[in-house]
Design a protein around this ligand. Structure first.
Ligand code: PLP
Length: 355
């Protein structure tokens, strides 16, 4: 079966150059070669995340670092912003780690606003807040800067941000926003194979971790810090992914943060215009994601059938998530996707559906 070009909101299409980087000869993780690799990757990630805080490499998918953020930064009570499948799940992670998790829930397709966050945090008693920047199940991108400005007014509240499907496709200026933990998997806008999650961890978050018992073993920020000082990770990391990340970060930074975000927005504009012409957009107006578009299936097409037909031409889009299956479908325009690819995809869908 030939490879299908992925237009999924993760995993995304990986360029052959980066696949080749995965196949570089292996190196030991307690060697000078690894320390040199680590020493190259971390400053590039700091540049991408616009931070001077620590950035750690976690060998796990993003779900693992949700758990890490909760275990290291939440003493008792966390406010979880919920607006879709992924943000909802972060609350579950907090609860299953024995924390008191309270929801700030909005309808799927709607954004969480700074005003809602302010009103809820003002009640007091929270030691952290979780926010998903870009809710991948609904295609809603929250206005993170506005939320950040509010969270900064509550100095006791650790600001935990999931930028899983936004980082490397949209600007996430970690220090300007005062984010304590900002995490992202590399299989989305980084356009790399899954298996590694990067996260910035602020000095404030590390101080918080020092006051918390039972942080667990694999995800202990203080262990990560100890090993970071010698440019290593506590356990064997996903070395191939780190080698590919090293190569891809050069290309991402060469493209430039602003230019890369602008390309994503330009592609989003093309998909949104097409979606408005033929269907409708699921996300609340003004909060449409720059990295993927969730399209309301107003024509009642069979999304499964459309994808089958696209598959015959070696392309794949994404069904709606969970309850939204068949009610919506999602086209990702993140990572290294170019205009000709998106225009080609939409023209092919037009032909298949007779639009
Ligand atoms: N957060 C967001 C916004 C996601 O889209 C996803 C997965 O798609 C996750 C977290 C969980 O990532 P993983 O399945 O890689 O653990």
């Amino acid at each position: 079966m030939p490879h299908k070009r992925l237009f999924l909101p993760g995993p995304t299409e990986v360029r052959t150059e980066n696949l080749a980087a995965l196949a570089r000869p292996q190196i030991g993780h307690r060697t000078e070669d690894f320390r040199a690799l680590y020493g190259r990757v971390i400053p590039k990630l700091q540049e991408l995340m616009e931070t001077r805080e620590k950035v750690f490499l976690f060998t796990c998918s993003s779900t693992g670092v949700w758990e890490a953020a909760i275990r290291n930064c939440v003493r008792e009570r966390v406010l979880c912003c919920m607006q879709g499948a992924f943000s909802d799940r972060w609350l579950k992670v907090a609860e299953t780690n024995g924390k008191k998790a309270e929801p700030l829930r909005v309808e799927w397709g709607k954004a969480v606003t700074a005003e809602m966050v302010d009103r809820t945090l003002a009640k007091g008693g929270y030691d952290a807040i979780t926010v998903v920047h870009n809710e991948t199940s609904t295609g809603v991108m929250n206005h993170l800067g506005e939320i950040a400005a509010v969270v900064r007014r509550y100095p006791g509240v650790a600001f935990l941000v999931d930028a899983v499907s936004s980082l490397a496709g949209a600007r996430v200026p970690v220090d300007e926003y005062g984010i304590d933990v900002c995490l992202a998997g590399i299989q989305k806008a980084f356009a790399l194979p899954a298996g590694l999650t990067v996260a910035s961890v602020s000095a404030r978050a590390l101080d918080r971790a020092r006051t918390i018992e039972n942080r667990g073993y694999y995800f202990d920020f203080l262990e990560m810090l100890k090993y970071d000082q010698r440019k290593e990770t506590p356990a064997t990391p996903a070395i191939p992914q780190i080698q590919a990340l090293d190569a891809q970060l050069d290309d991402i930074l060469a493209e430039g943060l602003e230019a890369r975000a602008a390309r994503h927005e330009m592609l989003a504009g093309i998909v949104r215009a097409w979606a408005r012409r033929h269907f409708a957009i699921f996300a609340e107006e003004g909060y449409e994601s720059g990295t993927l578009t969730c399209i309301r299936n107003t024509r009642g097409i069979s999304v499964a059938d459309l994808n089958r037909q696209l598959g015959l031409q070696w392309a794949q889009i994404s069904n709606g998530y969970g309850d939204l299956k068949e009610k919506t479908f999602r086209i990702a325009h993140m990572g290294d996707t170019q205009e000709w690819e998106i225009r080609g995809l939409l023209a092919t869908i037009d032909r298949i559906l007779g639009l």
